[in-house]
Design a protein around this ligand. Structure first.
Ligand SMILES: Cc1ncc(C[n+]2csc(CCOP(=O)(O)OP(=O)(O)O)c2C)c(N)n1
Ligand code: SF4
Ligand SMILES: [Mg+2]
Length: 301
């Protein structure tokens, strides 16, 4: 795993996104973007469907991103990226083509074209940053919003289970699939780097847990704490699948044993989106989490 000192050194020299961009204070997608692009030495072309990242990239000269960006309509990001990747291949260029998309653009509106690009095994690294709602347009629920979370369209808490896109793509035999978390930059850096180097030429998918202070109603000073608690409570396990072989990532291994997990109340109490929500819904959400672990245990190498 990349060492903290090494990562700091790399990110001092390579930063894909400038300070003073338009992200809200504490925004985790912003950090996730920086860590991901640093892992690629900024050698990437990034295709972005409508989302918060379309907005934060520019407030004028000197505030933008240091990588070429194609902003696209929602469902067209994977086909646009496919075309760019094929053209780069014809020119023998090694630049990595990324789709960088939100959870709404991935699990709902862009899902058909994502699934199509995976089926064609396009040479794309698809990264979904998961802030669990349509945050750019004011926190509406998405397919990735967890059960129990309040959004502007689920005002007393979402009653259905979230979609698990990583597992859906495993069913499509995508060669590299992983979950990550912006609060664990070293793990994220290593996964992006591995996906880019070892699986070049294939479709790859990484999903990054990216807490959002206004959407989740969290004090931005607690944002990394919430990200870490998602792992420490077992709510967001980190794993990767290489050609269908699933392994738990180092930072999540000890939480396979339920008694090692922190009390989920620690996680819920820091987020306004869960406050006042019926206990039954919270209970069902925790059952969803157990379902995930049951699946993991079945498939672990
Ligand atoms: C077809 C279409 N429908 C709706 C919109 C409005 N819109 C722009 S960004 C966005 C939210 C995207 O949510 P997500 O993909 O989760 O990214 P986030 O904003 O959370 O970063 C919506 C609904 C749009 N641009 N195009
Ligand atoms: S709304 Fe959330 S995801 Fe969007 S820029 Fe603000 S903190 Fe980041
Ligand atoms: Mg979102």
């Amino acid at each position: 795993m990349v060492k903290t000192k090494e990562l700091v050194q790399i990110e001092t020299e390579i930063h894909a996104i400038e300070k003073g961009n338009l992200a809200c204070p504490g925004c985790q997608l912003n950090l996730a973007f920086k860590h991901s692009l640093a892992a690629l030495n900024n050698n990437a072309i990034v295709v972005i469907p409508a989302c918060c990242t379309s907005v934060i990239q520019g407030a004028g000269k000197g505030y933008g991103m240091h990588v070429p960006i194609f902003n696209t309509a929602f469902a067209s990001a994977p086909p646009v990226a496919s075309g760019i990747a094929r053209k780069l291949k014809l020119e023998n260029k090694d630049t990595q083509v990324i789709v960088w998309a939100g959870d709404g653009g991935t699990s709902d509106i862009g899902f058909a074209s994502l699934s199509g690009a995976a089926e064609r095994n396009e040479d794309i690294l698809y990264i979904m940053y998961n802030n669990q709602g349509y945050q750019n347009t004011g926190n509406q629920k998405s397919g990735a919003t967890p059960r129990g979370a309040k959004t502007t369209t689920t005002m007393t808490g979402k009653t259905s289970k979230s979609k698990n896109i990583a597992r859906i793509l495993l069913a499509q035999d995508v060669p590299y699939v992983a979950t990550a978390n912006a609060a664990y930059p070293q793990d994220l850096f290593d996964k992006i780097s591995k996906a880019a180097k070892e699986f070049k030429g294939n479709f790859r998918y990484i999903e990054i847990y990216s807490p959002c202070p206004p959407g989740w109603n969290i004090d931005s000073r607690n944002i990394v704490k919430v990200g870490k608690l998602a792992n420490e409570t077992g709510i967001w396990p980190l794993w990767e699948s290489i050609n269908g072989e699933v392994t738990l990532s180092k930072v999540s291994r000890r939480y396979l044993e339920k008694t090692n997990r922190k009390d989920p109340f620690e996680f819920f109490k820091l987020q306004g989106r869960f406050s006042g929500v019926d206990n039954d819904l919270i209970q069902q959400f925790m059952e969803d989490v157990e379902f995930e672990w049951k699946w993991l245990k079945k498939y672990l190498k």
